[in-house]
Design a binder for this molecule. Structure first.
Ligand code: ADP
Ligand code: MG
Length: 393
């Protein structure tokens, strides 16, 4: 059965070192890796000061880097044809177009937060599918941030990782121009292998807690299906949902929807705004319910939370699509204890918790359902929860 391979970190780092030496006439000083992520539950809750429960993927982006003495910045990717060249003084909002803005933005934001970032040569390469809702963007940003730490000799302890996450969030919002709530960068920099990461965006420091999954004990596998329907966060759907949530909070007179009760939503006159707010308020409760159910090993309760979450995103928040709906219903019919769309929506990926001995049948059923519906072929990832970004070798 063909799953998207995460690749071996040491082998991928070697491929990158060789390509770097060819592109820039010398080996890189450091190679860093940072994982993509899949969110178990808690969608669009991060920018509403809510709770999220993502898992770091074994699939990661690798960044090779060497410092320069002339202030020049060169950024290339094995996934993109166009490299970018500029200088370390002009990496901010409006200075960089296209994919390189994600990397340049990190250099800019780290300088803005006090790191003495020199000119650098950077080459990236990764195994996180691009634009699949699995956060290749944060993986790219965080790999660059960790590589800068390597170049500067900064030990990436927990406090530094918090600062790096903030810099990566600024890079994506302000330089790449894609609004982001902060979940993706936080989990990429702070996840622990084998666990999901509960992030509370109401705490000023975005407090994080490891939540053990115990998939092995339950004989369950985490199956991610990339529908290959491309979402484009910059295209406005995400920003429109964010604006609706802010309008709801303003109408209710609360600082964010985290402070709103389900009962209070009856006071919202606009039917669409009321549905948007209902998704956020109920979704935050479902994250807490899922954390409790994981501690109790209550997979039926987790299945219910996943089901309710998907329906809420489909009907109240309106961010699903026919391909995601089909992947989810087919996974459940094939024996998944829970399935839902994941990520920002409008395409991207679904997740399913599938008994280990039914994974192959589930993949086959989803592939067949897509053929029957006339959809393009999806691709699948089998995910063991991985650890956070680090230097390689
Ligand atoms: P997601 O984060 O879900 O994959 P986004 O739209 O947020 O989707 O980010 C995808 C974009 O990030 C790509 O279109 C590209 O601009 C950039 N990107 C991510 N990984 C790489 C990479 N390895 N090389 C070049 N660009 C990348
Ligand atoms: Mg992204």
């Amino acid at each position: 059965m063909a799953f998207v391979a995460p690749g071996d970190p040491l082998e991928l780092a070697d491929v990158l070192r060789t390509a770097f030496a060819e592109a820039y006439d010398g080996p890189p000083a450091v190679v860093a890796r940072a994982p993509g992520r899949v969110n178990l539950i808690g969608e669009h809750t991060d920018y509403n000061r809510g709770l999220v429960l993502p898992v770091a993927l074994p699939h990661a982006t690798y960044a090779a880097m060497s410092p320069r003495t002339d202030g020049v910045v060169r950024i290339g990717s094995l996934e993109e044809e166009q490299p970018w060249t500029g200088t370390v003084d002009a990496l901010g909002p409006g200075d960089v177009e296209g994919w390189a803005a994600y990397a340049a933005g990190v250099l800019w934001a780290m300088r803005a937060s006090g790191y003495d970032v020199p000119g650098v040569d950077v080459l990236v390469h990764g195994t996180v599918p691009l634009g699949a809702g699995l956060s290749s963007s944060a993986a790219l940003e965080c790999s660059v941030a960790l590589a800068v730490c390597g170049v500067l000799g900064v030990e990436p302890d927990a406090a530094v990782r918090g600062r790096l996450a903030a810099a990566c969030i600024r890079a994506e919002s302000e330089v790449a121009g894609a609004p982001t709530g902060g979940m993706d960068q936080t989990v990429s920099l702070l996840a622990s292998a084998g666990s999901a990461l509960l992030i509370d965006f109401d705490a000023s420091d975005h407090s994080t807690t490891d939540v053990a999954l115990g998939l092995d004990r339950a004989d369950l596998a985490l199956l991610v299906t990339d529908t290959r329907v491309k979402h484009a966060l910059v295209d406005g759907g995400y920003a429109a949902r964010r604006a609706d949530c802010e309008a709801a909070a303003a109408a209710l007179g609360v600082p964010s929807l985290r402070q709103a009760s389900l009962e209070s939503l009856a006071g919202l006159d606009d039917e669409r705004i009321r549905r948007r707010a209902r998704h956020i308020v109920t979704e935050i409760t479902r994250v807490s319910d899922t954390v409790e159910a994981l501690a109790a090993g209550d997979w039926a309760a987790i299945g219910k939370a996943f089901r309710d979450s998907h329906v809420s995103m489909r009907d109240d928040f309106e961010i699903s699509c026919p391909e995601l709906d089909l992947a989810v219903t087919t996974a459940v019919e094939a024996g998944a204890v829970g399935a839902r769309m994941t990520g920002g929506g409008f395409g991207g990926s679904s997740i399913a918790l599938v008994p280990v001995d039914r994974v192959e049948a589930a993949v086959r059923a989803i592939d067949a359902a897509f053929v029957a519906a006339g959809f393009g072929a999806p691709q699948h990832l089998r995910v063991e929860p991985a650890g956070s970004a680090d230097l390689v070798g």
